[in-house]
Structure formats: C-alpha cells, structure tokens
Design a protein around this ligand. Structure first.
Ligand code: MLT
Length: 301
C-alpha cells in the first residue's frame, strides 16, 4: 500500500483514480508521496521515505523544488490542466480593464431607490470605457494559458502580438496563425493597447513589469497579471497608475496598497477556482503520481 498525504482539499474525482493500492489521508507522518494545491511547503519536513510531491496546479513557487531535488524527491506539476479556467478569468479581466463595470456596480449600490431612473442617465455618461474589438493585445509567454488567451482574443476581433523565447516549440500547441510573433518583449510592450503576462516567476522574470518597461508602453495601456505577483513591481505600477501612464491594472494578486489605488482591480487568486479545473488538476496529479510510483515514469517534473 502506498500512503498519499493530501496537503489541501483535493477533488474527489481525482482521488478516486488512486484505487486499491493506495491509502489517502491528511494525517500521515510516513507518507510515500504528497499531493498539494496551494499550501506552502517551505517548512514541510518530509519523512525519509517521501518519494514525490504532486502539485495540482501549474506554478511550483509553494514548493522548495531545489531542496527536494537534493533529497531525491521528485516534484510534479499539472501544466495546462487549469489553462481553460485561467483563460476565462483573463478574458473577464480584459473586459473589466476596458469597460467600467466594477465601478458602475459599486456606484449603483449607492443610489437611493427613488432616484434610480434619473441616476442611471448620469451613470451612462460617467462609466464610459473603450471597446476591445480592433485593439492590440500583447501576450508575453505562449505556454498553454498564453496560447489559449491569444486564440480567444483573435476570435474577439483583437490583433494579437505574442512573445515567447521558445515560440518554435510552443507554436505546435495550436497558436492561431493570426498571432504576430514578436522577436523581443520590447516589441510587444510598444505595440500593446492591452498587455497580459503568462510566464513563471523566477530570477529572470521577477519585476519584468517595472518603470522602465512601462515607459516603453503606450500611454493608457491596460495591464493584466494572472500569472504571478512577483512579475510586476507593485511600487512602479502604483506610480504609473497615478501618473496615468497605465489606464488600468487588473490582477489576481495584490496587497492593501494596490486594492486602494484607483484604476486597479484585484481578485483573490481566482484563476483556477472552477470545479472543472480542480478536477482536471487532481486527475492529472494523481495519474502522474501513480505512473511514477508503480512504473517509475516521470512526466511534468
Ligand atoms: C497555478 O499555479 O496553477 C495557478 O496559479 C492556480 C492555482 O494555483 O490555484
């Protein structure tokens, strides 16, 4: 029997795939493997027999990957399993970055019943935002999520310019032929009316959106960050918003300063929060773990 410890609530549809050779619990102290969603594992003390960690999600920033490798523990993730959920939220963010829906909703709550009809006329004039049709979306990072967003934006009538240093490999994943391939990120920064980033956070990408890169962008650019907090220098972003260099920042990460800055919409890391995505990620993580424990195969490590 293999002992699998769950470090978060994991979709039952995925856990069911383990079958009879496995025991699953959140209390083991001598587990063979763990399955984790967003719990931070930097203080986790693995038992000596731990063989693998499966992350039911794409990013592995919650796992000390180098320390695990040193101990011979294999770390898996589930790239692409939540791509559709994240893509849909990015599209939601794209619309919210343009049309003043959030502002309008908040304002509508303040109107007294008797005044509603009259007030609506004022609202229509106050909450005006541009259409996205015909505008240019810049996409940095053309992995599963970046490609899905780029293809969807094309269908919405946008021009899309994308950058990824590994584009020749990623193109095989089904990127629309209408997406223009930039050879540098700077080309994307200069052309984009809307910019969305889909790269992992690491030393190379940390603070990639900062005062220097923002200075290359069009005035009034709208920026979306549904990838990782560390990619954007928050202080530089707040300054750029105050100077109206950036018209709107929509992000799935944030802090109190950002939440209270005008023209910012902060969501509480909702990218993968759909039942479908939770199930897909759990199924993929369980399948990877089983294949490793039973057959020694390593995928997505
Ligand atoms: C991921 O890394 O898969 C996403 O950020 C979603 C999540 O962790 O919930």
């Amino acid at each position: 029997m293999y002992k699998i410890k769950t470090m978060n609530k994991i979709s039952n549809e995925g856990l069911k795939l383990f079958g009879d050779l496995y025991e699953v619990d959140d209390k083991f102290e001598d587990e063979d493997a763990i399955i984790v969603r967003s719990a931070k594992l930097h203080d986790y003390d693995p038992p000596h027999n731990l063989k693998a960690i499966a992350r039911a999600g794409a990013g592995v920033n919650n796992i000390p990957v180098d320390a695990c490798s040193d101990k011979g523990i294999v770390v898996f993730n589930t790239p692409g399993a939540n791509a559709n959920a994240v893509k849909e939220l990015v599209l939601c963010g794209l619309f919210l970055s343009s049309r003043k829906v959030v502002e309008g909703i908040e304002w509508a709550k303040t109107i007294e019943d008797d005044d509603f009809g009259k007030a609506v006329e004022a609202g229509k004039k106050q909450f005006v935002g541009p259409e996205i049709d015909g505008k240019t979306l810049g996409v940095i990072g053309l992995g599963a999520i970046g490609v899905a967003v780029a293809n969807a934006a094309i269908k919405l009538g946008m021009h899309v310019v994308g950058y990824d240093p590994y584009i020749s490999v990623k193109a095989a994943w089904g990127l629309s032929k209408w997406v223009k391939h930039a050879t540098t990120p700077e080309e994307v920064y200069r052309e984009a009316d809307y910019l969305t980033i889909h790269v992992p956070a690491n030393e190379e990408t940390k603070n990639m959106i900062n005062k220097k890169t923002i200075a290359l962008m069009k005035r009034d650019v709208r920026i979306l960050n549904f990838a990782r907090d560390a990619l954007v220098n928050t202080e530089d972003m707040i300054t750029a918003l105050k100077k109206e260099q950036v018209a709107k920042y929509v992000t799935d990460f944030g802090n109190k300063d950002l939440v209270n800055t005008p023209n910012v919409i902060v969501m509480p890391h909702l990218g993968a929060s759909t039942p479908e995505s939770e199930e897909n990620c759990a199924r993929m993580a369980v399948t990877e773990l089983k294949d490793f424990l039973e057959n020694g195969n390593i995928q997505n490590s």
